[in-house]
Design a protein around this ligand. Structure first.
Ligand SMILES: *[C@@H]1O[C@H](CO)[C@@H](O)[C@H](O)[C@H]1NC(C)=O
Ligand SMILES: *[C@@H]1O[C@H](CO)[C@@H](O)[C@H](O)[C@H]1NC(C)=O
Ligand SMILES: *[C@@H]1O[C@H](CO)[C@@H](O)[C@H](O)[C@H]1NC(C)=O
Length: 297
């Protein structure tokens, strides 16, 4: 009799036990000039997260085979192709099957937003964009340290012309280049940013999918000397015809016409705007733990 009661008790308890591991997995995507697992950058952040959120499964995306290819692809592999690869990796990882949060660093921020828009399954819950350039960039005043020669090559190609089809198809940074002095050409020829930002036709699927997010957290770096304009990290950009004055997300047609569902998400309290008062990606560990870790716990 006593054994029976004990078994009933266990049976009631087991569903609880099965769900005690309630950490949601995290997918990370590195920035330009970096790779998935560099112990000095993303590897270090992964270790920090694993310490702060015990038991969490972190998948840091490696685009290509090995660190060198992963880094090179961050400059030279068509973003649309990279996103397809990322979706495939996420879909085929059984540990992500029930959904995941995601955190993208610099260009990895807009790339993971693209994953949310194009690949709804498995579901992404929270998207954290750490310095992602959601309206693109116009200028690269500075490059990250480790990849000087690739970065020089990138500048040469951009100088040649960001919207030349050879450059568009082969240079990642050209694919999110927005020239405010030539918006018409940008809309017509950008093979990536103009598409995900619904500049020409509105893809209702993108809108539906993005709105499935629970939270969309965007970090802007208050003293960013790498991204021009830094407001792109919050969906702001230069007003057309010049490169000084900036509009905000709320002032943009993307928002006022709600082409991407961002206005609806804003009303539902799903958009979170944060500032790290530092240069690009130079947040402190304390800032990271206080401001970002709550969204992945
Ligand atoms: C929790 O789940 C993750 C992902 O499946 C796994 O890697 C981890 O080992 C689990 N932790 C515990 C304590 O079971
Ligand atoms: C809209 O986006 C979805 C998801 O990427 C894609 O499958 C579909 O072909 C797109 N539709 C149009 C009209 O471009
Ligand atoms: C820029 O850095 C200074 C010095 O650390 C800081 O006081 C200021 O708040 C930062 N500016 C922004 C806009 O974050």
């Amino acid at each position: 009799m006593e054994v029976q009661i004990f078994l009933v008790f266990l049976a009631c308890l087991s569903p609880v036990l099965a769900t005690t591991n309630s950490t949601v997995p995290l997918v990370m995507w590195h920035g330009m000039g970096d790779s998935c697992c560099n112990p000095l950058s993303l590897g270090h952040i992964q270790t920090l997260i694993e310490k702060e959120v015990p038991g969490i499964y972190v998948r840091s995306l490696e685009i290509g085979d090995g660190i060198v290819e992963d880094t090179t692809n961050g400059f030279l592999l068509n973003v649309n192709k990279q996103v397809e690869m990322a979706c495939q990796k996420i879909k085929s990882d059984p540990k992500l099957a029930n959904g995941y949060n995601s955190m993208g660093f610099s260009q990895g921020g807009q790339f993971l937003r693209t994953v949310a828009q194009r690949c709804p399954s498995p579901p992404m819950f929270n998207l954290i964009s750490v310095g992602g350039q959601h309206q693109g960039v116009f200028g690269f005043p500075r490059c990250p340290g480790a990849s000087v020669s690739l970065c020089d090559y990138m500048r040469k190609l951009l100088n040649l012309g960001a919207y030349i089809s050879f450059v568009q198809d082969n240079l990642v940074q050209a694919e999110y280049w927005q020239d405010p002095l030539n918006e018409a050409e940008y809309r017509q020829k950008s093979i990536y940013l103009a598409d995900i930002n619904q500049e020409n036709k509105v893809n209702e699927t993108y809108k539906t999918n993005l709105q499935k997010l629970k939270k969309f957290v965007m970090v802007m770096f208050g003293n960013d000397t790498m991204v021009q304009p830094k407001e792109s990290e919050w969906f702001g950009f230069y007003k057309a015809g010049q490169d000084k004055e900036v509009y905000t997300l709320q002032e943009s047609p993307l928002y006022t016409q709600d082409k991407l569902g961002l206005k609806a998400m804003d009303k539902q309290g799903k958009l979170v705007f944060l500032t790290s008062p530092t240069d690009h990606l130079q947040f402190t560990e304390t800032w990271f733990v206080q401001n970002l870790v709550p969204y992945i716990k």
